[in-house]
Design a protein around this ligand. Structure first.
Ligand SMILES: C[S@@+](CC[C@H](N)C(=O)[O-])C[C@H]1O[C@@H](n2cnc3c(N)ncnc32)[C@H](O)[C@@H]1O
Length: 333
């Protein structure tokens, strides 16, 4: 592990919930002190994108190096990076696109300079607070960082006294143990918030040696932001592909029909896009067209820390005269 990661990991709270709180407060402060505005889905999408990168990383050292590069990106480069990360997630999980769209649609709108500066400040704050190191390869699965962030930002650090309040993980785990779902179960949460109840159920299953990806997970919330964060969470927590996330009135069952329909439409759309991308790639290959460096790649290359220079070559011996050997042979006196 590099020195930077080790230093950050030491400085971060050991309790995952406390760590999530520290990240959420830093992000809230960074967003509001840079005049980020009222669209709190923007900072949340930045943190969610970073969490998704951390989740997919296999090598902590590689992740730390990527974190260093990301921290050095300018506001334009950081904006492009967040946009790319969401594009890749949209291809990876098209089934969640109808919900996650609420988080990434701002990246399609050519955000202005002020928003981009605030986005960069949020990303840097989250990275400095150790979002990558804590929530890297094995860190997920025990806490709801996005839920903590939603609560913090909706009440702006509790100062406005309004907000959305979610059940803490210690309680959801207890409830999960009481329900103790079996593999093959259909688990339904019509007012899911960011999905913490489902996390508790999945944790309880894992404790019993069961695989939560063998269940069907249905989640819904009337708030599009909570529902979008829930969709990301279900991926971060590794609940698999049998997942349906809706956004509607949980007192009616219409949300279930709509969620299934929108899910299928999104999958079909991405399949069409893949077919077209494959055709374009085949034509480029046949015509042997070079691939120009993209704007994001240019920003990343410039931000990447330079490798240390190679050590200077050993100086040539100042003299070939071996005084010690000459002394031993008694030639000096
Ligand atoms: C107190 S939070 C609890 C969330 C989650 N069940 C938990 O325990 O952490 C209540 C959630 O219900 C959602 N909600 C309220 N009325 C709803 C409705 N009619 N349909 C769906 N969701 C609703 C709110 O947006 C909020 O996210």
């Amino acid at each position: 592990m590099t020195k930077t990661v080790a230093r950050r990991a030491n400085a971060a709270p050991t309790d995952p919930r406390e760590h999530a709180r520290a990240i959420a407060e830093a992000v809230d402060y960074a967003w509001h002190s840079r005049y980020g505005g009222s669209r709190i889905e923007v900072p949340m999408s930045v943190v969610a994108a970073l969490a998704l990168v951390a989740r997919e990383a296999e090598d902590p050292d590689q992740l730390a190096a990527l974190g260093e590069t990301m921290e050095r990106l300018g506001h334009e480069g950081f904006g492009l990076l967040v946009q790319r990360l969401w594009c890749e997630f949209a291809m990876l999980r098209p089934d969640l696109n109808p919900r996650t769209k609420h988080l990434w649609s701002w990246t399609d709108e050519e955000p202005d300079e002020t928003v981009l500066h605030a986005v960069q400040a949020v990303g840097q704050a989250a990275i400095r607070k150790g979002v990558l190191a804590r929530f890297g390869p094995d860190g997920w699965g025990e806490t709801d960082l996005l839920g903590m962030l939603l609560q913090t930002m909706k009440s702006h650090g509790g100062r406005k006294g309004i907000g959305q309040f979610l059940t803490p993980e210690s309680v959801t785990l207890l409830l999960g143990r009481m329900v103790a779902p079996d593999e093959g179960a259909r688990i339904l949460e019509p007012c899911a918030g960011t999905g913490t109840m489902l996390l508790g159920a999945a944790q309880a299953m894992r404790e019993n040696g069961l695989d939560p990806t063998r269940c069907e997970w249905w989640a819904n919330d009337i708030d599009p932001l909570a529902s979008a964060l829930c969709a990301v969470n279900l991926h971060l927590w590794g609940l698999g592909w049998r997942v349906v996330v809706g956004c509607g009135d949980g007192l009616l069952d219409q949300w279930m029909h709509e969620a299934l329909e929108h899910r299928q439409m999104a999958i079909d759309e991405v399949q069409r896009a893949w077919r077209m991308a494959r055709q374009i790639a085949a034509v480029r290959y046949v015509l042997d067209l070079p691939t120009p460096e993209g704007a994001l790649e240019r920003h990343m290359r410039k931000a990447r820390p330079k490798p240390p220079p190679p050590p200077p070559p050993a100086p040539p011996p100042s003299s070939t005269f071996d005084a010690e050997a000459a002394y031993r042979q008694g030639r000096l006196f």
